[in-house]
Design a protein around this ligand. Structure first.
Ligand SMILES: Cc1cc2nc3c(=O)[nH]c(=O)nc-3n(C[C@H](O)[C@H](O)[C@H](O)COP(=O)(O)OP(=O)(O)OC[C@H]3O[C@@H](n4cnc5c(N)ncnc54)[C@H](O)[C@@H]3O)c2cc1C
Length: 482
């Protein structure tokens, strides 16, 4: 009898695992059970959808149903019966498994404030396509919006709503924006940039309560002020959805505990994506979720029984029109307690919305913040990602341009990128892999993207992909086909 694999969660991790299994040979029946009523979609692109830059069909992920993959949407798993290897669903059904995969993702946190239980109509978290639809419906005809939470997603939502013409105010309890990725100086420059784009920020003050009715929302603050608007978006963080795993008695800490092969404490159950805790760490990003899906597919199919998940350095980018921001590594950490001394370089030009900070240890970048137009951003990300040595004169990285006799960092030139350089962070696709696909006939961005999946995550590498296509198309035949 063929092996039965049941995947709980038809989000970015679950759908990728189904596609990875589908692409490999073997006698197995894959069932995907997804609580959301839609086909799997690219959750990352909801910010871009909110900003009106794309339409709903653009966020749909490739269909995986058919040929051994059975996808059920609008079906929530309510319990795991480990003894009988069955999952129960809210439509009264049961699904037997030989191997079960939890890909249940995260849930948006709703802060325990008076006035938020139940959630009023004009108050919406920002996690799902339905949330996005509700925010857009509330924004229709609205003139103002409040966003509670000045982290990455809150700012993306705020920028998106401002782009739709709403007057937006972001309220953040900490003294500066995106405090997990930015230092106070970068946060201040970012607040200035946002102000110029129609987003006001109210910092260092917690919210104490919400009152909402059909005509609008009032947000009360700890300093006695009250802000009013037509809608309120909650962006107060996410929490791994571990409900099922915990109820089934699996090892759960902050997330579902997994090893390098994505196995939980039950050898017949694996977990991937936002819901997992690997080596004490939660990720909350798509690149690790997709890397975990690949490793698990290799392990489950026997393609590579020795496959192991190895976390890679994370680069955070803000997807908001008019703001260029990349942050990575330990840029916000204090002095390192031991080991080689840390070299810190900063450059700030708040009037131009520019800020750069590099942290270098042992001639390697351990962290960086680049805000504003800095052409060296590609080079900085590459150096950080590969742990490669930084140039002797760091000013070209910090300033992103030629400085005196120091040449500009060779950011944009694909010709100068090493083959090992990662072009698509979400799918871990290197320049070398793209060149190999070109040689085998993929001659457009779409063809390269179809062959390697590069550019199908956050889309931040699509300009780099186009640059590589242009370079290969214009390169000497010997160079392009070498
Ligand atoms: C607006 C926004 C922007 C983002 N931008 C970025 C970005 O730029 N870069 C980045 O790397 N990451 C970004 N993220 C995070 C990224 O989307 C997540 O890391 C990614 O979606 C994780 O995939 P997942 O499959 O683990 O979880 P999800 O995509 O959340 O999918 C989990 C699915 O499981 C379903 N589920 C849960 N419980 C059950 C159950 N009991 N039965 C059936 N189904 C169940 C849920 O309904 C959901 O559909 C962003 C997230 C949001 C919301």
């Amino acid at each position: 009898m063929s092996e039965r694999v049941v995947i709980v969660g038809y989000g970015m991790a679950g759908s990728r695992l189904a596609a990875e299994l589908h692409a490999r040979d073997g006698d197995r029946k894959v069932t995907v059970l997804g609580a959301e009523p839609h086909r799997a979609y690219n959750r990352i692109m909801l910010s871009t959808l909110l900003a009106g830059k794309i339409a709903e069909p653009d966020v749909e992920l490739a269909e995986v149903a058919g040929q051994g993959v059975d996808v059920r949407t609008g079906v929530a798993v309510t319990a795991i019966d480990r003894a009988n290897r069955v999952v129960r669903t809210d439509d009264g059904d049961g699904h037997r498994y030989d191997h079960l995969v939890l890909a249940t993702g995260s849930r948006a946190l709703v802060p325990p404030l008076p006035g938020l239980d139940p959630l009023p109509e004009r108050v919406v978290p920002f996690r799902t396509l339905d949330d996005c639809r509700r925010i857009l419906a509330a924004a229709q005809g609205a003139r103002s919006a409040l966003v509670l939470g000045g982290g990455l997603l809150g700012l993306e939502a705020a920028r998106g709503l401002a782009a739709r013409g709403l007057a937006v105010t972001v309220v953040h309890a900490t003294g500066w924006l995106m405090e997990r990725q930015l230092d106070p100086a970068a946060g201040a420059v970012l607040a200035g940039t946002l102000e110029g784009l129609g987003v006001r920020t109210v910092l260092a003050v917690p919210a104490t309560g919400v009152a909402a009715d059909g005509s609008g929302v009032r947000l009360d603050l700890a300093d006695g002020r009250s802000l009013t608007a037509d809608l309120l978006v909650l962006s107060c963080g996410v929490r791994p959805d571990t409900t099922l795993a915990a109820a089934a008695g699996l090892a759960v800490e902050r997330g579902v505990v997994v090893d390098d092969r994505m196995r939980t404490s039950d050898r017949r159950i694996s977990a991937i994506g936002d819901c997992v805790q690997h080596d004490g760490t939660l990720t909350g990003l798509v690149a690790p979720a997709w890397a975990q899906a690949r490793v698990l597919a290799q392990v489950l199919t026997g393609d590579d029984p020795l496959a192991r998940y190895r976390p890679r350095p994370v680069v955070t980018r803000l997807k908001a029109a008019g703001i260029d921001l990349a942050a990575m590594g330990d840029a916000v950490d204090g002095p390192a307690p031991d080991g080689p001394p840390v070299e810190e370089l900063t450059f700030a030009d708040p009037a131009r919305g520019t800020y750069a900070r590099l942290r270098i240890r042992d001639e390697r970048l351990t962290g960086a913040i680049l805000l504003g137009d800095n052409p060296a951003v590609g080079t900085v990300v590459q150096l950080f990602d590969r742990g490669a040595p930084v140039p002797a004169d760091r000013r070209s990285l910090l300033l992103g341009r030629a400085f005196g006799t120091v040449p500009a960092a060779p950011a944009a030139s694909p010709a100068l990128m090493p083959d090992a350089a990662t072009v698509c962070q979400c799918n871990d696709v290197s320049k070398g892999a793209l060149v190999a696909c070109w040689r085998s006939g993929a001659r457009t961005v779409e063809a390269l993207s179809g062959a390697t999946r590069a550019g199908t995550g956050c889309g931040g590498c699509r300009d780099a992909l186009a640059g590589i296509v242009d370079w290969l198309a214009g390169a000497e035949p010997a160079e392009a086909t070498r």
